[in-house]
Structures are given as structure tokens and as C-alpha cells.
Design a protein around this ligand. Structure first.
Ligand code: KDG
Length: 298
């Protein structure tokens, strides 16, 4: 079976049960959130062999994350427990039109990952290795891990998928912009929001992003409710997004990435790849969880 390996940090997540600001919330839910493990959860749900690679603390939150991923069908066999550091935590703070996040992740177990975490893993056997621009922002050793990974997989048959995922709470744009652009240029597939490309690189349109990331990189530029454009070789394909009543947007990009990768692994044409991305993103937009449970009866 085709295998996707997703690498990155997952944290415990506290979210108000109703989409109200934290200061006003009476009830909160304990959940988990991590861009790459969310992609793995959707892919596992779609019947894919999806692995997640990371470190967790030797604590109840780490064990809870591990058992949730196991129950979701994600292969966690390569996850390491680090007794020397805690599992990270983040809080979602919904506000009209935007959700703020508060991180308690500095010095977390995952932030202590480095190139050695991957050295012995047969990543070349995977069809896709998926990573995000969050990881190089976590620590110097995590930045080294990403660098070593991209260098190692260059020129192999493993497709390196990179979701830019700029997190302003982790690093300033002046630092993140050049690092993320340089990494994106060396990956096979890049997923990026139009607005984040503008923030990071001043690229205002999908075509501007394409000109920064030319062939052979396949680029998917997501423009929220407008739609998404895939640039592959000389071909540009745009697909409008479905209309969705947005409950909470965090996690929609990960859902899109999973749907798109699922289409790619099936050899689906560009419009179908984008359609699968939009379909899962719509599900995530309708939920306050990063990984949105499948609607009843599906
Ligand atoms: O894409 C959603 C992620 O932002 C969320 O799950 C938390 O991975 C996360 C991060 O590091 O911000």
C-alpha cells in the first residue's frame, strides 16, 4: 500500500466548546492539534497507510495524543517518547472573523527533534513525505532536521510535500520569509495560502507565487473561499471552493492537503485533486476541532 509519512509536532489543544473567546468560555474541550498529524488522520480515514513521526513527552497529554492517533488508524510506530521534556500545549481563542492561538510549546519534546530522529528511518520507501513550515520554526535542531530531510530526499522517488503554514506566533516574517521560500524551492509539492504568500514573499496573486516557485515544483495556491489553483508543469488548474458556513478555520489547510494528496496518490487529474482538497477543507471549516470528525452516516 502507498505510504505517506507526516513529520512534525502535535500538541494538546484546549478549545472553548462554543466558538466564543477564551475569556468568556465556561466549558473547554481537551483535544489535540498538529498540522502534520491532522493530515495523517484524514489520510488514515481515507484508508491510506499514514505514519506520523515526532516526539511526545512522557506525560498524560502525550499518551492521550498517541492513543487518539492510534485509534484514528495512524501508524505511530516511529514516534519517540522523550522523558526529558513535556508535550506541547496550545489554546484556541475564537474571535469574530479570526481565531487567535496561544502556544505553550517552547522546549517541548517535539522541539528537541533533530536530524538523528530520522537518520535510521527508511523514508525513501515512502511515496510521500509531508512536512510543514512550522517545524523549522520550533528550534535550531528542528530546522536542521528539515534541512537534512529535504537534502536527503532530493532526487529520490519519494515526493516531498511542503505546506508552508507560516505561524507568526513562532517567528517574525523577516526571518520566516527567506527560510520558507528556500525550502519550498527544494520540495516537489508546495501548498500555500495566497494571503500567507503575500505576507511572506509579497506575492499577491497565484501567478506571482508560481513565478517564485517555478517548475519542477508543483504549487497549489489556496485562496480561501475563492478557490485553489494548481500549477504543474505548464498547466494551471483553478477550482472554485464550495460555499461553506465557517465555524472555525484552523485545520482547514491540513484537511485540504490530505484531500489533495489522496487525489495525487490515486493518480487523479488536477481538478479532482483540488476537489478532494476542497471537500475535506469544507468539513474542517464547519468544526471547532482541527481534525473534524466525519459527518454522521458517511
Ligand atoms: O494547521 C493547524 C495547526 O496550526 C494546528 O493544528 C497547530 O500545528 C499547529 C501549529 O503548530 O500551529
Amino acid at each position: 500500500m502507498k505510504q505517506v509519512v507526516c513529520i512534525g509536532e502535535t500538541m494538546a489543544l484546549v478549545t472553548p466548546v462554543e466558538p466564543v473567546p477564551l475569556e468568556q468560555a465556561d466549558l473547554c474541550r481537551l483535544d489535540m492539534g498538529g498540522a502534520e498529524s491532522t493530515v495523517a488522520l484524514y489520510l488514515a480515514e481515507l484508508g491510506r497507510h499514514a505514519r506520523w513521526v515526532s516526539r511526545l513527552g512522557d506525560d498524560p497529554l502525550g499518551r492521550r495524543i498517541l492513543s487518539t492517533l492510534d485509534a484514528g488508524g495512524v501508524d505511530t510506530g516511529w514516534v519517540r517518547t522523550d522523558p526529558g521534556a513535556p508535550t506541547g500545549l496550545y489554546l484556541k481563542d475564537p474571535a469574530p472573523g479570526a481565531t487567535a492561538v496561544h502556544y505553550y510549546r517552547a522546549g517541548s519534546a517535539a522541539s528537541r527533534m533533530g536530524p538523528d530522529d530520522l537518520a535510521a528511518l527508511p523514508l525513501e520507501e515512502a511515496d510521500v513525505v509531508h512536512l510543514s513550515g512550522i517545524t523549522p520554526a520550533l528550534s535550531a535542531s528542528c530546522a536542521d532536521l528539515v534541512e537534512a530531510l529535504v537534502a536527503r530526499l532530493a532526487g529520490t522517488s519519494t515526493l516531498v510535500s511542503f505546506d508552508v503554514n507560516y505561524r507568526p506566533g513562532l517567528w517574525p516574517v523577516e526571518q520566516a520569509g527567506p527560510v520558507l521560500l528556500e525550502l519550498a524551492r527544494r520540495c516537489d509539492l508546495v501548498l500555500v495560502g495566497r494571503d500567507e504568500a503575500e505576507t511572506l514573499w509579497g506575492a499577491a496573486t497565484a501567478e506571482d507565487v508560481r513565478s517564485l516557485l517555478p517548475d519542477p515544483v508543483t504549487v497549489v495556491v489556496k485562496d480561501g473561499p475563492v478557490g485553489a489553483t494548481e500549477f504543474a508543469g505548464d498547466t494551471a488548474t483553478f477550482l472554485e471552493a464550495p460555499t461553506v458556513e465557517v465555524v472555525e478555520p484552523v485545520g482547514a489547510g491540513d484537511a485540504f492537503a490530505a484531500g489533495y494528496l489522496d487525489g495525487l496518490l490515486d493518480g487523479a487529474d488536477p481538478a479532482e485533486r483540488l476537489r478532494r482538497g476542497h471537500r475535506l477543507a469544507a468539513r474542517a471549516l464547519s468544526s471547532t476541532s482541527d481534525f473534524a470528525p466525519a459527518p454522521a452516516g458517511t
